[in-house]
Design a binder for this molecule. Structure first.
Ligand SMILES: [Zn+2]
Length: 82
C-alpha cells in the first residue's frame, strides 16, 4: 500500500490545525467537518480523536494538495468504505 512521507504528513497536520479537513457536502457536517483530532491518534479507528491522511487522487502524490486530514469517524470511513 502506498503511503505519504512523514514530512508531508507533518505539513498537512500543521495545515489542518488539529481539525478534520473534510468539506464534503454529502456528509452530515455543514461546511468543514472540524472534528478535533489528536496527532498521536493517527490510524486509531477506535479513538474519538482518531484520523488518517487521505489521498485525494488515490495515488499518494508527494504534494500537500493531495493530502487531506480526515477524522476516522465519520469522514475517513465514509470516504473509504463506499
Ligand atoms: Zn471529519
Amino acid at each position: 500500500m502506498s503511503e505519504f512521507s512523514e514530512m508531508l504528513i507533518e505539513k498537512a497536520w500543521a495545515r489542518c490545525g488539529g481539525n478534520c479537513e473534510c468539506e464534503r457536502e454529502e456528509h452530515n457536517h455543514k461546511g468543514r467537518c472540524k472534528n478535533t483530532l489528536i496527532k498521536g491518534h493517527r490510524g486509531d479507528r477506535y479513538s474519538y480523536f482518531g484520523w488518517e491522511a487521505h489521498s485525494k487522487s488515490g495515488y499518494f502524490l508527494d504534494d500537500l494538495e493531495d493530502v487531506e486530514i480526515l477524522c476516522w469517524e465519520p469522514c475517513y470511513k465514509m470516504v473509504t468504505e463506499k
